[in-house]
Design a protein around this ligand. Structure first.
Ligand code: SF4
Ligand code: SF4
Length: 442
């Protein structure tokens, strides 16, 4: 892979809520907290129906190394533990808690004792923090590099390049001191000498604030980057900040980098200072069907509809609800889907904006190739997929696709390129598994 030019697309920013301080909603009557809100194994539920829980009490133990604990976001009574169909189509156990409205804090909530590298990593794990920009990779796994001399720099991702979403923007303004404290924690316990806070240049207020709170920290640099989608994609960000290219199948640490979302950094610092794990999330509520766009701080597990109603509700019948941004978000089939650790936006669209554009035949313009940040050839991938040609999909490196949607966004023929890429990845996996089976039989 090479990333020689600044590929990507200019999308409408529509950051309508950037200037509005986030509002904390009152506890809902019921929350539904999934055991799988992260990449990796679901947490194992440790409560049962009838149990009383308080805010910050652990209700799910990590199910493996790549996993994350889950905590109660309200105080009240566990009504049931039942399977829940998640917005990505997979099912997991979920704890349904009826709130008592008191938001009593659990006695378990106390600042962790951190004395060395391992106790810091343990604290990161106990914080329940994952990639809060939407990637949801457990932060403890990311930081558990063992040999800290491998870390050349940590990049704080404040790009927030998707349209509408301003929850990281508000975190950088409203929780700036926590981000600065997070930087100090990483410097101290991981011996990091270089932290770069990368922010798109369409957020001058965040750039100024981050510079102000880190002015006395010689290890921190605040870097303005051109506002270009998908600037916040991990591989794209590493390249644009450091010039390093991540080889196929490798992790950021393999090139000496770690990328952390700014809200993840703030949540980690908050846990280390107070002992309160991740139990709430700042969510941008916006879109053409929303009456009053807002940023709402909601307990994890709150039904999407309740968050939207707290923000002011719909101004017309919503035809599409998207969890996440317009480019990479996932359309919901149920208005009551609970908000999770990875939810940064709830976007509701009216009929006009929700209607998918009619695709026509590819005109071989090459625009999708020109704009792909990973230098892939989406039009060729589509042809290989249609021919069910696994070998060609492998050669075209579809596995590198970050599903950013830049190709489809600018395609004049409205080809469904991202959907095809997702299906092509599955086809490639099947092809490779079949090859392995064939080899094993020889
Ligand atoms: S092929 Fe993948 S990485 Fe490239 S623009 Fe399309 S969605 Fe993004
Ligand atoms: S941008 Fe669309 S029309 Fe142009 S080559 Fe790619 S798939 Fe074909």
């Amino acid at each position: 892979m090479s990333l020689k030019n600044l590929h990507g697309v200019h999308i409408p920013h529509r950051k309508n809520t950037a200037g509005m301080e986030a509002l904390r909603m009152p506890p809902p009557a019921v929350v539904t907290i999934p055991m799988s809100m992260h990449i990796g194994k679901p947490a194992n539920c440790i409560v049962k129906a009838g149990d009383h829980v308080d805010v910050g009490q652990k209700i799910g133990e990590p199910g493996g190394f790549v996993s994350s604990p889950v905590y109660a976001s309200v105080s009240g009574t566990v009504k049931k533990v039942e399977p829940l169909l998640m917005f990505m189509g997979a099912s997991c156990q979920a704890v349904v808690i009826e709130s008592d409205g008191a938001m009593t804090v659990s006695p378990e909530v106390k600042p962790p004792e951190i004395t060395d590298y391992q106790s810091f990593i343990n604290a990161v794990r106990d914080s329940g923090v994952v990639g809060l920009g939407g990637a949801t990779f457990p932060t403890a796994v990311k930081l558990d590099v063992k040999d800290t001399s491998r870390i050349q720099e940590i990049i704080f991702n404040g790009a927030e390049c998707e349209g509408y979403i301003t929850s990281d923007h508000r975190t950088m303004l409203d929780r700036a001191e926590e981000i600065a404290a997070g930087a100090r924690l990483l410097e101290k316990w991981l011996d990091v000498k270089k932290i770069i806070i990368a922010i798109e240049d369409n957020k001058p207020d965040c750039i100024a604030k981050m510079k102000e709170v880190t002015a006395s920290d010689e290890h921190v640099e605040v870097r303005a980057l051109p506002a270009m989608y998908p600037q916040g994609g991990e591989k794209v960000l590493i390249y644009h900040v450091t010039g390093k290219v991540m080889p196929e199948g490798k992790l950021p640490i393999d090139v000496g980098s770690i990328v952390m979302n700014v809200t993840s950094v703030a949540a980690l610092a908050h846990y280390c200072a107070t002992g309160m794990p991740l139990v709430e999330k700042c969510i941008t509520v916006d879109g053409s069907a929303i009456k009053e766009p807002k940023n709402v701080i909601a307990p994890i597990g709150t039904a999407s509809l309740e968050v939207i109603e707290f923000a002011g509700g719909f101004k017309c019948e919503p035809k599409k609800l998207v969890m996440g941004g317009p480019m990479m978000g996932v359309a919901q089939y149920d208005l009551n889907s609970p908000v999770t650790k990875g939810t940064s936006a709830l976007l509701a669209f009216d009929e006009k904006e929700a209607r998918p554009a009619e695709p026509s035949a590819c005109i071989r313009c090459g625009g999708c190739v020109d704009h792909c940040p990973m230098n892939l050839m989406p039009c060729e991938i589509e042809r290989a997929y249609e021919k069910k040609d696994g070998a060609a999909l492998k050669a075209l490196k579809v596995g590198l696709c970050i599903e950013c949607g830049s190709c489809a966004f600018q395609c004049p023929a409205n080809r469904p390129l991202v959907q095809v890429n997702k299906l092509s990845k599955t086809m490639l996996r099947d092809y490779e598994n079949a090859l392995k089976e064939k080899e094993a039989k020889k």
